[in-house]
Write a protein that binds this ligand. Structure first.
Ligand SMILES: Cc1ncc(COP(=O)(O)O)c(C=O)c1O
Length: 399
């Protein structure tokens, strides 16, 4: 069939593809360790589920306003006020079907053909493709392992041109777990101030921090507010990935434009899922959130320590999110048993890791970082031990 050309520019999400393949193998009874998924393994807290059940029982099953129910938008405003001390109005917030959808709508609302969006690599797979789908041009700034994956000032400066319309700041980062320091945030602010450029602050991992404190461009400089879109959601913090509730808070005209997109595509996010998200934001769940964070922190330590014990692997210690992003470049120079050529690419490494050693991970190339792989530590500690032992076994088998 003759299909839309605009889709030629994007690839299916490799993270979703690898997760699907691992699930398929598991369903066949294969003992696969899945490091692929970008979601917490905990159940959604019971009180949140209960709020959605009550909403269903009470018949809260009809269309809601496209931009989300007022109580939820107000709860988002209250969260921002508490976190940043900034006062947002409900018309400056739109509830979307997940943070991903909030970003998709944002780029659709913001970009004209050829507009540039600065993205720091390694980056979350979807950023570049969402920009392309909005006919924008991703401008990639490489960061380095030895810099803690923080972009260098000169590289930031070079990336901004007369065509730049936005820059994405994702801290803590998927896939590296890096938390950007003040200097980097200030360097980004310096490029944006006085220019018609939006900072898209993807704060989805804001509650998953293992060292230091969460900061974004607005906690550093509240005066920048007219040039900032805050993107967040309930998926990661409250283990609610399947509920599909996220949002953007930002300038009212941007939010209204996003609503136009949403009016003509999904309409409102699911009514009773919004009630669940409202419960997440308004009930006293701090202890629960902290409990999950602590478990992630223990697993982080376990995973990073074990990975760094493997000869040929060097793993950056993530300060946030739930991913380890080890460098495997040295292993790629080696040959698998019976092969004449070295493995060469992270994709080949990952394919063999799944086929032979039954471990699912995502190749770094998918995040603009060849020579790395992403391992989610949102799985049980015994699975981490087992999976990393299998990676060690594969490393050992290479020569
Ligand atoms: C960096 C980043 N931003 C946004 C999202 C969106 O999450 P959701 O659409 O589940 O809210 C994800 C999910 O993986 C992510 O890793």
């Amino acid at each position: 069939m003759k299909l839309a050309k605009r889709l030629d520019a994007v690839k299916p999400s490799p993270t979703l593809a690898i997760t699907a393949k691992a699930k398929e193998l598991k369903a066949k009874g294969v003992d696969v360790v899945g490091f692929g998924a970008g979601e917490p393994d905990f159940d959604t807290p019971k009180v949140i589920k209960q709020a959605a059940v009550t909403a269903l029982d009470q018949g809260f099953t009809k269309y809601t306003p496209t931009n989300g129910i007022l109580e939820l938008r107000e709860a988002v405003c209250a969260k921002i006020a508490q976190q940043h001390g900034l006062s947002y109005q409900a018309n400056e917030v739109i509830i979307c079907c997940g943070g991903k959808h909030a970003l998709f709508n944002l780029f659709q609302a913001l970009l004209n053909p050829g507009d540039e969006v600065v993205i720091f690599a390694p980056y979350w797979v979807s950023y570049a493709d969402m920009v392309r789908l909005a006919e924008g041009v991703p401008v990639i700034v490489q960061t380095r392992h030895q810099d803690g994956f923080e972009p260098r000032a000169a590289d930031i400066r070079k990336a901004f041109t007369a065509r730049t319309r936005a820059v994405i700041v994702n801290s803590p980062s998927n896939p590296t777990g890096a938390v950007l320091g003040r200097e980097t945030l200030q360097n980004v602010i310096a490029e944006v101030r006085g220019n018609e450029i939006l900072i898209v602050s993807d704060d989805i991992y804001d509650r998953l921090i293992y060292r230091g404190r969460f900061e974004n461009v607005l906690t550093l400089d509240p005066s920048l507010r007219p040039q900032v879109a805050l993107v967040n959601g309930v998926s990661k913090t409250y283990s609610m990935t399947g509920w599909r509730i996220g949002w953007t808070a930002g300038p009212a005209d941007l939010i209204a434009a996003m609503q136009k997109m949403q009016d003509n595509s999904t309409s409102n996010p699911t009514s009773f899922a919004q009630k669940g998200a409202l419960a997440a934001l308004t009930l006293p769940l701090e202890e629960e959130v902290e409990r999950m964070r602590k478990i992630f922190d223990d697993r982080r330590q376990l995973m990073v320590e074990k990975l760094n014990q493997i000869e040929g692997i060097s793993c950056f210690d993530p300060a946030g999110a739930f991913y380890a992003f080890p460098h495997i470049g040295k292993l790629l120079e080696r040959k698998a048993p019976g092969e004449k050529e070295p493995l060469g690419t992270d994709e080949k490494f990952i394919a063999r890791l799944l086929d032979v050693h039954k471990v699912a991970a995502v190749p770094g190339s998918a995040f603009g970082a060849p020579g790395y792989m992403r391992l989610s530590f949102a799985i049980a500690a015994d699975q981490i031990e087992k999976g990393v032992a299998r990676i060690a076994e594969m490393a050992k088998s290479l020569s």
